[in-house]
Write a protein of this length. Structure first.
Length: 367
């Protein structure tokens, strides 16, 4: 440990900078020591030694220790001392999701539930509702931080920051899935949006498509969608693709992304000249566009190519089967590995590259 004088200054400085009470900063520091310098069953520092080393008061140390005991990291007994508890018999994964109509979300839940079953983990879903605060939702967590760890997906930028700080305050390890927020201090598993856009564009351009219609059929408040859209705009500008068009459905998180894409198709098909390829920003949109094209007797891919950014279950079984990008199962597997990685350098970000699956829905432009 650092000297008492130096550490007192550093803890107080960090507390002031982060706007946290000193006991909370002490708890975070002690939690880091437990996780990186002690084994299960080791005796932890006594109160008196912590007071001297950290240069803080007994009530501050005692409250931090009691909080860690509440998290399940320490066992405290009168006259027996304080011992580290790391052995976990039952592991559980909770995932925070906004209430929204999303087939992609359902696919993610299915994949995670399957991987958790393989590893004998429990699996719980916590819905983020408009009329409930993040704090209220976190109060409903089913298990202690030693037994349950948290994923969150498709959350807005504000909700993501709130979740991170509330969960971290309570001692829960968390991983943010898919998004990319500047300055985000927690663990994250991100999709490579630039790589996905490059794969998609290279595939369509190789087939002769330059008149491409992009349908923004998901809320741009979601960081993953916003990044996907920004990557598309950057590619269009860099390659001077003047015939490419972007249609924004102006969705909110509770809107139906399938219906949004379907409803936008009249406007897309009214372009003169018509696009030769359509690319909604999610798989639900690709399914909606396909329904519209089939209903209006527009042959895919002979008259219109269709690209799906996500490979939803069933995309390979419909006709025509959808050309798509996928990150699964690597995305979910890495997220679970990161959740239960207790190595000292536990804060990390992993970027998962996409894979292109070429099927029947894309073809060359007819001359």
């Amino acid at each position: 440990m650092e000297t008492a004088q130096n550490h007192e200054k550093s803890l107080e400085a960090i507390s002031r900078r982060m706007g946290l009470p000193l006991h909370e900063q002490v708890r975070r520091h002690l939690r880091h020591l437990v996780e990186t310098q002690f084994k299960d069953g080791d005796r932890f520092f006594p109160e008196r030694e912590l007071i001297e080393r950290l240069g803080v008061s007994q009530p501050t140390v005692r409250r931090a220790l009691n909080d860690l005991a509440g998290e399940g990291l320490l066992d405290r007994g009168v006259g027996k001392g304080t011992f580290v508890r790391k052995s976990v018999r039952n592991r559980s994964v909770g995932i925070f999701l906004p209430m929204m109509d999303s087939t992609l979300q359902l696919s993610l839940i299915r994949n995670l539930a399957g991987l958790c079953a393989e590893r004998d983990y429990g699996f719980h879903i916590y819905n983020i509702r408009p009329n409930r605060t993040v704090k209220e939702i976190c109060e409903g967590l089913r298990r202690s931080p030693q037994e349950e760890r948290i994923l969150f997906f498709a959350t807005s930028e504000d909700s993501t920051w709130e979740l991170y700080y509330e969960l971290d305050k309570r001692g829960y390890r968390s991983v943010y899935l898919s998004g990319d927020i500047a300055g985000y201090p927690g663990n994250a598993v991100k999709q490579d949006k630039d790589g996905a856009t490059l794969l998609m564009m290279e595939h369509l351009i190789s087939l002769g498509h330059t008149r491409i219609a992009f349908i923004v059929n998901e809320p741009v408040s979601l960081s993953a969608i916003r990044q996907r859209l920004e990557a598309i705009k950057a590619f269009i500008k860099d390659k001077q693709m003047r015939e490419a068009t972007i249609f924004d459905c102006q969705l909110q998180t509770w809107d139906n992304s399938f219906a949004a894409a379907y409803g936008k198709m009249d406007e897309v098909m009214a372009l003169n000249p018509r696009p030769t390829a359509i690319c909604p920003l999610s798989a639900a949109g690709a399914w909606g566009a396909l329904r519209y094209l089939t209903k209006h007797n527009i042959r895919v891919p002979e008259q219109m190519s269709l690209f799906s950014f996500d490979d939803l279950p069933g995309s390979d079984q419909i006709y025509p089967s959808l050309t798509a990008l996928t990150y699964s199962p690597e995305l979910e597997r890495l997220a679970l590995d990161m959740l239960w990685d207790d190595s000292p350098s536990r804060q990390s970000t992993v970027i998962v590259p996409p894979k292109l699956i070429v099927r029947e829905s894309t073809g060359p432009v007819l001359k």
